[in-house]
Design a binder for this molecule. Structure first.
Ligand SMILES: Cc1cc2nc3c(=O)[nH]c(=O)nc-3n(C[C@H](O)[C@H](O)[C@H](O)COP(=O)(O)OP(=O)(O)OC[C@H]3O[C@@H](n4cnc5c(N)ncnc54)[C@H](O)[C@@H]3O)c2cc1C
Length: 412
C-alpha cells in the first residue's frame, strides 16, 4: 500500500523547516504528534522497552514562572493524574503551575436546578486539577528524557508513509526516514495519519462556538469551577493559581466571533456585565475563539496504525473531558501493547489492537453522546425543555446519583 501521494501535499506546506535531521532508523513504534496524548503514550510504553520515536511539528516554549498563564488549559481528572503519576511528569507539573479544584457548581439561571459537587462527597481531596496544556506537554517530555529508547524528533512532520510487509516507512520533512512496525496517530483533530491511512470520520458542527479568556479576578484563590446555563448557552469559570482563571463563554458562532473582535478591556467589561458577579472585577489578558465540533473516527485501528486522543475523537468541550478521554485511551492502549509484548505476542497485529478499539470506542461514544445530549438539552428555550433540565439537575442531587456523576466525571 502506498500512501505517499496524499502526504506529498503536506510537504509543500511545511517546506520551511529550520533543522535537518539525518536519520534512517527502525523503530517498534512511531508516534506522530507529541502533544499531551502522544507524549503520555510514549511515557507508558517506554518502560516496557519499546524502541519509540515521537514526531512533533511544534516545539513548545520552555517554562518560566514569570510567563503569563496560557489560554489553552484543561481540567485534568484524577484518572489522567494517575497516568502522569506513573512517571515523574506529575511532580514536574506540580513544580510548575497546577491548580486543584475541590468543588464544581452547575446551575440554570431561570429555574430551580442548582447543583454543587464536592470532592468530599466521594471522600476525595479534589475533583481534579486545572493545568495549562503546554505545561502538561512539557512535563511529559521531561519524563521522556529518562528513557534512552525514546527519540523525540521536533520540529518534524511526516510527509510520506509507505506501507510494506515489514512495516511502514515514514519520510519526514527534515529529510530523515524512519521505519515503524506500528504507527500511532496522536496528531490531533486534523490528523494527517488518519487521512494517510484512509480512515474516515463522522463529524458534525454545532451552531455554537466558545470564547475562552485568560483573566485575573479581584478575588483570592478559588477552589471551585462553575458553569451556569443561560438562554444563549453556558458560561463557565475555571480557577488557576492565585487570582488567575479562565472564563469560557458559549454563544451562537457569529456572536462569539463578534466578542472575539473586542479589545481585552472591552471584553472584560462585557464579561462583567453578562457573567455572574462571583468574580468581582476582572481583567482579560488574552482571548480566542473556538468553533465547537464533534468528530469520531470510523475506525481506531488499521493495518499497522492506531489512533489515540483527538485524532480518534473530538467532543464538545462543555464538560472538559476531551483530553481525559485521551488519557484513558493511553492507559488502555499501553496495557494492551505492554501485556502482548511481555507475553511475546504479535503486539502490532490489527487483531490484538482491536481489543483497544472495542474497549475505547464504547466509552468514547458514550461520552460523545452524553455531551451532545447535554448541549442540545441546555440550548433549548422551550419551557418543557427548561423544566426537564431543571428536573435533571434536581434529580442529580439525590446522594447516590450525585456520587455516580462525580465518579464518572473523575474518570473513576
Ligand atoms: C476550548 C477548549 C477547551 C477544552 N477544555 C478541556 C478541558 O478542560 N479538559 C479536557 O479534558 N479537554 C479539554 N479540551 C479538549 C483538549 O484540548 C483536547 O482533547 C486535547 O488537546 C487533545 O490532545 P491530543 O494530544 O490528542 O491532540 P492535540 O492537543 O491537538 O495535539 C496534537 C499534537 O500533534 C502535533 N501535530 C499535529 N499534526 C502533526 C503532524 N502532521 N506532524 C507532527 N506533529 C503534528 C501538534 O503540534 C500537537 O502537538 C478542550 C478543547 C477546547 C477546544
Amino acid at each position: 500500500m502506498i500512501l505517499r501521494s496524499k502526504m506529498q501535499i503536506i510537504k509543500s506546506i511545511n517546506s520551511n523547516q529550520e533543522k535537518a535531521v539525518e536519520l534512517t532508523e527502525n523503530y517498534d513504534i512511531v508516534i506522530c504528534g507529541g502533544g499531551m496524548i502522544g507524549a503520555a503514550l510514549a511515557t507508558q510504553l517506554a518502560p516496557q522497552g519499546f524502541n519509540i520515536a515521537v514526531i512533533e511539528a511544534h516545539k513548545p516554549q520552555t517554562f518560566d514562572l514569570s510567563q503569563r498563564f496560557d489560554l489553552r488549559i484543561s481540567a485534568l481528572s484524577p484518572q489522567s493524574q494517575r497516568v502522569m503519576q506513573t512517571t515523574k511528569a506529575w511532580d514536574t507539573l506540580q513544580g510548575m503551575r497546577l491548580c486543584p479544584y475541590r468543588r464544581m457548581r452547575v446551575w440554570e439561571v431561570e429555574g430551580f436546578g442548582d447543583l454543587t459537587f464536592d470532592a468530599a462527597h466521594v471522600g476525595a481531596d479534589q475533583l481534579g486539577h486545572i493545568a495549562e496544556n503546554r505545561l502538561v506537554q512539557l512535563s511529559l517530555w521531561h519524563a521522556l528524557s529518562d528513557f534512552p529508547n525514546v527519540q523525540l524528533l521536533c520540529p518534524a512532520v511526516p510527509v510520506a508513509f509507505e506501507r510494506s510487509a515489514n512495516g511502514t516507512r515514514i519520510e519526514l520533512d527534515t529529510g530523515a526516514t524512519l521505519c515503524a512496525r506500528l504507527v500511532v496517530g496522536a496528531d490531533g483533530a486534523q490528523s494527517n495519519v488518519r487521512q494517510a491511512f484512509g480512515i474516515g470520520v463522522n463529524r458534525g458542527q454545532y451552531q455554537q462556538a466558545c470564547l475562552v479568556a485568560a483573566v485575573t479576578t479581584q478575588l483570592g484563590q478559588q477552589d471551585i469551577t462553575w458553569q451556569r446555563f443561560v438562554n444563549t448557552g453556558p458560561q463557565a469559570f475555571l480557577p488557576m493559581l492565585g487570582q488567575h482563571g479562565s472564563v469560557v463563554w458559549y454563544h451562537q458562532a457569529d456572536q462569539v466571533r463578534a466578542l472575539s473582535q473586542l479589545s481585552n478591556l472591552q471584553l472584560g467589561d462585557e464579561i462583567m456585565r453578562q457573567f455572574p458577579h462571583q468574580l468581582g472585577h476582572i481583567e482579560v489578558s488574552e482571548h480566542a475563539f473556538f468553533p465547537l465540533q464533534k468528530q469520531h473516527a470510523k475506525r481506531y485501528v488499521g493495518d499497522g496504525v492506531v489512533l489515540v486522543g483527538d485524532a480518534a475523537h473530538v467532543i464538545n468541550p462543555l464538560a472538559g473531558q476531551g483530553v481525559n478521554l485521551g488519557f484513558q485511551d493511553v492507559a488502555c492502549l499501553a496495557k494492551v501493547l505492554n501485556d502482548a509484548h511481555e507475553q511475546e505476542m504479535d503486539w502490532s497485529s490489527a487483531k490484538l489492537l482491536m481489543t483497544y478499539e472495542n474497549q475505547r470506542r464504547r466509552a468514547n461514544s458514550l461520552m460523545l453522546h452524553t455531551m451532545d445530549a447535554f448541549h442540545h438539552g441546555f440550548s433549548q428555550t422551550h419551557p418543557a425543555a427548561k423544566w426537564l433540565r431543571n428536573l435533571t439537575l434536581a434529580a442529580a442531587k439525590v446522594p447516590v446519583l450525585k456520587k455516580q456523576v462525580i465518579r464518572y466525571a473523575m474518570g473513576l
